[in-house]
Design a protein around this ligand. Structure first.
Ligand code: SAM
Length: 323
């Protein structure tokens, strides 16, 4: 327990898939002017150094977000990503469909230190916070609840949150995220009576019981709040529990009469064959636009991240109706 540190993996291909899906989903939900409860059950440390020992040792960010930065900097990028901006960041915000440019603009926003290479990578808490505090969204007053169990990462996360000076709008607990989620659902009604929530469930799967805990947490959450948007990341590895999880989540969504989306990204084996090469995102109650958004973004992601790696390159996005 607690040998996993996300600092070794921050900005890898799995984070790229996870965070593009998360941001595209959140952008869509934020088109409505009613407040959202955002929950990150496994939040990590908040922000990570790409030039620090952990990232340099693993090389995962170099094979992930650093390649995405090269794509972002490429003069043809705007054309490829189907936006035609004078200013990439502004175009990304204007065009919800362009999830890839939006994601890269956000990461670039954390790296305005004048260096050529991006030096930090924001984790899911800071990405969600960035969207909820954009000038157009800030008056809506969304709330962000974070859980992180690792003593060092929880301390780092707490320090990053304090720097945000967000008061009660962003809170964290050093508590089991599966347990913590139960007390938050259903979210309290907003002024107009609507209840809205997005929940990211992103464990490290360090222990194999995490797979069953994810399924149990989603089942319980759907009972408490069937219309919540639930996003689950999982690794695609040769373990029956990992193969079984998306099937189980699909069954849970169908039994609850909810729509779902399942996206996968396999960047091919790394030279030497070590490390994770594929992962998936399962979303319950996805925005209707999410399939088209990911269909457009993932081929470009795969082109950037799969180059020079071994066989197995593939991406997929499957969506299902309420069954
Ligand atoms: N969501 C983060 C992001 O996208 O930037 C990354 C999270 S990382 C994959 C998983 C985190 O969950 C690790 O930091 C780990 O310490 C933490 N963790 C493990 N078990 C936990 C639990 N039961 N409750 C809360 N956090 C846990």
């Amino acid at each position: 327990m607690f040998s996993y540190r996300h600092a070794f993996h921050a900005g890898n291909h799995a984070d790229v898939l996870k965070h593009i899906t998360l941001l595209a989903t959140l952008r869509h939900l934020m088109r409505k002017d009613s407040p959202l409860l955002l929950v990150d059950t496994h939040a990590g440390a908040g922000i990570y150094r790409l030039d620090g020992g952990a990232a340099q040792t693993s090389g995962e960010a170099a094979a992930g977000i650093a390649r995405m930065q090269a794509l972002w900097a490429h003069p043809d990028f705007d054309e490829k990503s189907a936006s035609a901006p004078a200013n990439k960041a502004q175009a990304a915000i204007n065009n919800e469909a362009d999830a890839l440019a939006d994601y890269l603009a956000l990461i670039a926003g954390f790296n305005r230190d004048g260096n050529d290479d991006w030096r930090v990578y924001p984790g899911s808490p800071l990405l969600m916070h960035a969207l909820m505090t954009e000038p157009a969204r800030a008056p809506v007053h969304d709330r962000l609840k974070l859980f992180e169990m690792h003593p060092t990462d929880a301390q780092a996360l707490q320090a990053h949150i304090e720097q945000l000076e967000a008061g009660r709008q962003v809170t964290m607990a050093r508590q089991d995220g599966f347990d913590g989620l139960k007390a938050l659902l259903p979210p309290p009604p907003a002024a107009g009576g609507s209840r809205r929530a997005l929940v990211l469930i992103d464990p490290s799967y360090e222990i194999k019981s995490d797979y069953a805990k994810v399924a149990a947490a989603v089942q319980d959450a759907l009972k408490r709040f069937a219309t919540g948007v639930y996003l689950v990341w999982y690794p695609i590895i040769g373990r029956p529990e990992a193969h079984g999880l998306p099937r189980r989540l699909k069954t849970l969504a169908q039994q609850a009469g909810r729509t779902w989306l399942h996206a996968t990204l396999n960047v091919g084996a790394a030279p030497g064959g070590a490390g994770l090469s594929a992962s998936g995102m399962f979303v319950i109650n996805p925005p209707h636009s999410l399939k088209g958004t990911l269909d457009a973004a993932l081929p470009l992601v795969l082109q950037a991240l799969g180059d020079g790696r071994g066989r197995g390159h593939a991406w997929s996005v499957e969506a299902g109706d309420a069954g």
